[in-house]
Each structure stands twice: as structure tokens, then as C-alpha cells.
Design a protein around this ligand. Structure first.
Ligand SMILES: Nc1ncnc2c1ncn2[C@@H]1O[C@H](COP(=O)(O)OP(=O)(O)OP(=O)(O)O)[C@@H](O)[C@H]1O
Length: 354
């Protein structure tokens, strides 16, 4: 049981070619803007038709180019929450939620609308029009409409992109609760790695219409297999490498030799390290310790990003080798320490990437 997708579609200047399976659970679809996330959802929902391939939901064939099968949207039993919610502006909240329930008797429709209204906590707003609702309320109406048809799969296309940070956090929690009671496949599309991590167990990573990685989120975040996946999961430091021995590489862009703690396979082309995984070396540290000079810095309310150079002469050129992210408290303690600083790129924190 679950959703199987294997589709190809060519558009001017863009080719989609994805194959993955999603179980009865929430799977995140992570990708940069334009990577083909929405197109994938639209093909699954039946809004777009692939050029070839298969889409199977709980054993039902929704699309099979070889057999000429292509079920229309309304027969797919799929709920779709669009990026801009796509509510009907001339319909009230309850009319919007009732929209897809035409096959049910009137009493059933009204019972279902009541159930959905209380599920997404919209009591009292039934007679309002979308223009009289906040962004967060509109999102919940769209979610209620998508779930009202008892879909076998729920497709959520960047449901938080239009919301402010506070509302996003509240709704993320609410959505997680709603999804924990939903017994179907959920595909959650986002370009935000934190959202993807918080809401899903498994991830599919897309780049330029192709699948870069799929599997458990912890594995993908710990060992991103490709440079695109590493970037999408928040890694900011990369260097091309030369293999010196099975457990030693030279990071060519950083001009340093590094020990690694798993055998460096021939297909690894880059090394990466997350900016918060760089650390000050302890006195007794010798391995993977380098002299660094701090160039410019940038700050968020609680974190400081320090741009580091392994060569003093680069400092005034604006070029840098590594980004180091630390708490403000730590920054306050070290910022006046004489430079160069001795920093450590621990072997267990280094990511080897294809
Ligand atoms: N109807 C269309 N005709 C031609 N090209 C299209 C069409 N729809 C989408 N595309 C192209 O397909 C590519 C993928 O678009 P898609 O909307 O799936 O990206 P996305 O990953 O969802 O991006 P975003 O996060 O910005 O929404 C883009 O290059 C886009 O310009």
C-alpha cells in the first residue's frame, strides 16, 4: 500500500524524470525553486499529464502510459493543497469545503463540513468569504477542503510559504497533529529544509527535475550523497578533493589536508562541513587543526556567522574559505582573541560527496 510514482515529462527547457515510492505516512519533497516539485504533484493529481510512466495509489493505477490509463482528477481520490490555497473567492468557508462532496447526500455533506470545520478549528467562521480570513485561516480552509473528500493521498504544495514565522510555527504544529490522524499518503513539498525535517520521516530530494536522494531524513541530513542535496540540507562549506590515501584527502579549495573517518571511495569529488560543525581546537588536538583568520561577520539575533580564511593575505580581498556559525555567547568570548585561531574540522563531521 502507498503511492508509486515513475514519470517523465519534457517541457521547453526542463525535463522531469522522477521515480519514488511513498508509504502511508508523510514524505517530504525537498528541492530548490524550479526543481520540479509542483510539476510532480500536478502529475500525481492528474492536473498535468506526464509523457510516459506510471502512477499507482494503493494498488489502483491512476496513470499508465503503456496501457493508455489516465484517470481524471476527480476519480483519483487525491486531496491537493495549492501554494496559494486556490479558494473560491465567491464561496463561503463551508461552501468551499463542500465543493468536492457533490456525490454525497446533502445531510452527509453537511455532517462532513461540520467534522472538517472542527478538525481545523474554524468554528464561527463558516459564513465568511476567503477575503474576510487571515492567511492562516485560509490555509486551514484549503486543508479542510482537501481532506473532506477522504483522499487516499494528500498533496501539500508549500503550504506555509505565504505565512509569517510565528504563524508558520503554529500551523506547522497543528498540521503535524492533523496529519498524525490521517491514514493516507502525504506528500509535503517545500524548499525549506527545516520544514521538511520537522514534518516528514522520509525525504525525496529533487534538483533540476531529477531525483538526487531519497530515504530516511536522518540519513539524508547526515550523509547527503550529492552536492545539491548537501546544499539543500543546509551545508555551506564545500571543497573539491584529491584522494591521498583511503583515509586522507586534500581539500583543494581550502588548501589543507584532512583525515576522514570512513574510507574515501573513488566517486567522492567533494568534502563538505556544516558551518556549525567547525569548532575551536582544544590544546591537545592535533588532527585536522588549521590556522584561520576571521574576515567579515554577519549576525542573526542569536547566531554569528564568521567568514574564515586559511590565508591571512586573503582577508582584505573579500574572499574566504569557510563559514563558521556560532552562538552569540561563544562569539562574545572569542572575538577579541589574538588571531590566527586554531580551528578543527573533526573527521567525523566531514561529509564526502559525489
Ligand atoms: N506549464 C508549463 N510549461 C512550461 N514549463 C513549465 C510549466 N510549468 C512549469 N514549468 C517549468 O518547469 C520547471 C519546474 O517547475 P515547478 O513549478 O515544478 O518547480 P518547483 O520546484 O515547484 O518550484 P517552486 O518552488 O518555485 O514552486 C520550471 O522550470 C518551470 O518554469
Amino acid at each position: 500500500m502507498g503511492l508509486y510514482v515513475d514519470i517523465k515529462k519534457k517541457l521547453p527547457g526542463f525535463s522531469l524524470n522522477v521515480c519514488f515510492e511513498a508509504e502511508i505516512d508523510t514524505m517530504g519533497l525537498l528541492g530548490a525553486s524550479g526543481s520540479g516539485k509542483s510539476m510532480t504533484l500536478r502529475c500525481i493529481a492528474g492536473i498535468e499529464t506526464p509523457d510516459s510512466g506510471k502512477i499507482i495509489l494503493n494498488g489502483r493505477v491512476l496513470y499508465d502510459s503503456a496501457k493508455g490509463i489516465n484517470l481524471p482528477c476527480r476519480k483519483r481520490k487525491i486531496g491537493f493543497l495549492f501554494q496559494n490555497y486556490a479558494l473560491f473567492p465567491n464561496m463561503t468557508v463551508e461552501e468551499n469545503i463542500r465543493f468536492g462532496l457533490g456525490d454525497l447526500k446533502l445531510g452527509e455533506q453537511l455532517r462532513k463540513v461540520d467534522e472538517m470545520i472542527s478538525m481545523v478549528h474554524l468554528e464561527g467562521l463558516e459564513k465568511r468569504y476567503p477575503s474576510q480570513l487571515s492567511g492562516g485561516q485560509q490555509q486551514r480552509v484549503a486543508l479542510a477542503r482537501a481532506l473532506a473528500i477522504d483522499p487516499e493521498a494528500l498533496l501539500l504544495d508549500e503550504p506555509f510559504s505565504a505565512l509569517d514565522e510565528h504563524l508558520r510555527n503554529n500551523l506547522l504544529k497543528q498540521l503535524s497533529e492533523t496529519l498524525s490522524n490521517y491514514r493516507g499518503v502525504t506528500l509535503f513539498v517545500t524548499h525549506n529544509m527545516e520544514e521538511a525535517y520537522r514534518i516528514s520521516k522520509e525525504l525525496v530530494v529533487l534538483s533540476s527535475g531529477k531525483l538526487e536522494a531519497k530515504g530516511e531524513k536522518e540519513v539524508i541530513f547526515t550523509r547527503p550523497p550529492t552536492i545539491e542535496t548537501a546544499q539543500l540540507t543546509g551545508c555551506r562549506n564545500f571543497s573539491s578533493i584529491k584522494h591521498l590515501s583511503p583515509f586522507e584527502i586534500e581539500a583543494l579549495d581550502w588548501g589543507i589536508k584532512l583525515k576522514v573517518n570512513h574510507e574515501c571511495r573513488g566517486d567522492s569529488q567533494y568534502v563538505g562541513i556544516r558551518s556549525h560543525h567547525i569548532d575551536l581546537a582544544e590544546d591537545n588536538d592535533t588532527e585536522n587543526v588549521f590556522k584561520c583568520w576571521a574576515g567579515f561577520t554577519s549576525e542573526t539575533p542569536f547566531r554569528q556567522t564568521v567568514y574564515l580564511s586559511v590565508e591571512k593575505k586573503l582577508l582584505n580581498s573579500g574572499a574566504y574559505h569557510l563559514q563558521w556559525e556560532i552562538s552569540k555567547e561563544k562569539w562574545d568570548k572569542i572575538k577579541d582573541m589574538p588571531q590566527p585561531w586554531h580551528l578543527k574540522l573533526s573527521p567525523e563531521k566531514l561529509i564526502l560527496i559525489r
